[in-house]
Every structure is written in structure tokens, then in C-alpha cells.
Design a protein around this ligand. Sequence first.
Ligand SMILES: NC(=O)c1ccc[n+]([C@@H]2O[C@H](COP(=O)([O-])OP(=O)(O)OC[C@H]3O[C@@H](n4cnc5c(N)ncnc54)[C@H](OP(=O)(O)O)[C@@H]3O)[C@@H](O)[C@H]2O)c1
Length: 326
Amino acid sequence: MKFSTIGTSWITEAFIAAAKKSGAAELHAVYSRTEEKAKTFAEKNGAKQWFSNLEAMLEDKESEFIYIASPNLMHYEHMIMCIENEKHVFCEKPMVLNESQWKHVQETAKKKGVFVFEGFRHLFSPNYMKLKDHLPQLGQVRSVMLQYVQYSSKYDAFKDGKEPNVFSKEFAGGALMDLGVYPLSMALDLFGEPEDINYSPVLLSNGVDGSGTLVLTYNDFIVTILCSKVAQGTIPSEIHGEDGALRMDHVAPIEQLSFYDRKTKETTELAEKQEQLDMIYEAQAFVKMVKEQNHQKYEAFLERSRWVAKWTAKARQQHDLLFPGE
Ligand SMILES: NC(=O)c1ccc[n+]([C@@H]2O[C@H](COP(=O)([O-])OP(=O)(O)OC[C@H]3O[C@@H](n4cnc5c(N)ncnc54)[C@H](OP(=O)(O)O)[C@@H]3O)[C@@H](O)[C@H]2O)c1
């Protein structure tokens, strides 16, 4: 499939490289707000065309889908524009901010006959599939601890008095929206919707959450999620069951995965070597879904996105972590 891009940071370059390496999609055009940047980015990444007018790029008939990696707050507006122009959409996480945005996106996409997809690279990797396959070996799950605690390269700028988008409420930034969505989407994917959620954020001077702890209450177990952009963690994540434990070195990507059997006291290594560029797997899954017109998969992916939007919004509302327009 041919695609065009919105956003010119490293993550868009990573997606272009992943799409190329996977053989699933070919870059057609790029968009930037500035003409010079669009041209340079196009030349660097091998795009045939560049645009500084988004409408013009979306009117171009050649591209079949748009990859969106704009700041979180702009995803909704950009998605609706793409859908109205009958483009399929691959949008970076978090796709939307709340359920009402999700509903409008879902309805508009249905009306226009296009697919929309949230880029959760960690949920399409071979090692994550292995984790899912081995989950029943744990027996009854009783506790889960998932973490994404990573000092942001942009935190130093914040400490110097600047406000990078990812540390700005104006652009729907913060630890939960940037990193917490990885473990949260994993928990929702593995266990479905919880009964309740509780978020304890550590707020920075501008009111954005620099880090936080999410607690998801299920009927017979608890999921605890640590996320931070202002500290560095090293501990692995684990799922604890009555019959054993599954341990992963990280949630995105999982490079080491093991199962500990409580009865035999043996540990089995489960991970395989994955592509370093793990966006390859989500790019392949997206293109396959669209080409096969697989509505069953589509509905399942989209429902997971609704849950992420619903539960992040609930967690944020507990602390008035509201974004423009909410
Ligand atoms: N899946 C992953 O592993 C992963 C990793 C990193 C980020 N992401 C996601 O990718 C998205 C982009 O993240 P990022 O850190 O690259 O964001 P960013 O650097 O703040 O912005 C991304 C792009 O949006 C445009 N932009 C920046 N500020 C803007 C503004 N004020 N108004 C309109 N456009 C603006 C810029 O492109 P132009 O100047 O060229 O217009 C920029 O290249 C986020 O949703 C993030 O969650 C995903």
C-alpha cells in the first residue's frame, strides 16, 4: 500500500523504515507545516512528493493510508481530516483522548468506508504473542506489575524552563498519555476492562503528570502500572498466577520473557529474537487487515482503543488532568 505521513520527528522516520523493511507499504508523500522541512524530510526518506498544505496532501489520490505522528492533542483533528478524504489511518498512540472522540472517529470511518488503527507496536510483536499463549499456564492470575519508567530526553529542556509538547497539557502530554498507555493497553488487551481504576500522579510545576501509578481493580486480581518520564527504572514487569509467574524485561519491546513454574521451580526462557525495528509487526498487521478487509480484527482493535481512551480519561479526570477541548 502507498502511504503519506504527518509529523517529521524520529518516530515517523522509524515507521517509514519499518514499512519499507516489512515490504508492506511504500512511502509516497510527506507533510510538514513548513515547506523547507517537508522537502528536506522527503529527500531524506525517499518520498516522491512533499506538502506544507495538509488538505492538498490528502486530496492526492495516490496514497491509500496516512501515518499520523503529530502531538497527541492533534490526532483527533488530523484523523477526521484523513477520514473525510477517504484515507485509511494509522495513528500513533494515544489515538484519541476520550470516548466521545473515539465515537466520532469510529462513526466517520464507518461512513467513509475506511479503517482506522492505533499504533501499539508492543501488542503485535512475536514475544508478546508468546506471552499471550503462555498466560493460561499461570492458572488464576492474582497480581500484575507492569512498568514503563524511562527518563525522557526532553525532560532536561523542561527543567531548563521550556515546555516540550510531551510535557505540555496544551498538547495532551504527560507520563500516562505518553508511556502509561503502553502497559495500560497491554493490561486491557490481556484481561479486558477492569471494574475500577485509580491514578496517583506526580505532578510537575505546570500541572502535567511527570510520573504516576495506576491501579486497575479486577474481580479477583489487581494490576499495578508504574509510568514515568522523569525517573529511570530497571525492574522487569511480571504477571503472577497461582501456578507461576511470567516475567518480561520490558513491556515495549519484550526482549526477554520467561515462565517460572511454581511446582517444578523451573524457569523456561520463551523469548525469540525479534526485529530491532518492532514497528514492522504493527505495520504488517495493519496492511494485512486493510487488504483482507478483516472487519472482525478491525472491530477488536478498535474496541481496545475505545477502552484505552475510556480508562485514561477516567484516570485523568480524578486529578483534573484535562486537555484543551475537554
Ligand atoms: N510508537 C512509539 O514508539 C512512539 C514513539 C515516540 C512518539 N510516539 C507518538 O508519536 C506522536 C508524535 O510524537 P513526537 O514526540 O514526535 O511529537 P513532537 O515532536 O512534539 O511532534 C511531532 C510532529 O508534529 C509536528 N508538530 C510539532 N509541534 C506542533 C504544533 N505545535 N502544532 C502542529 N504540529 C506540530 C512537527 O512536525 P512539523 O513541524 O514538520 O509539522 C513534529 O515533527 C505522539 O503521539 C507520540 O505518542 C510514538
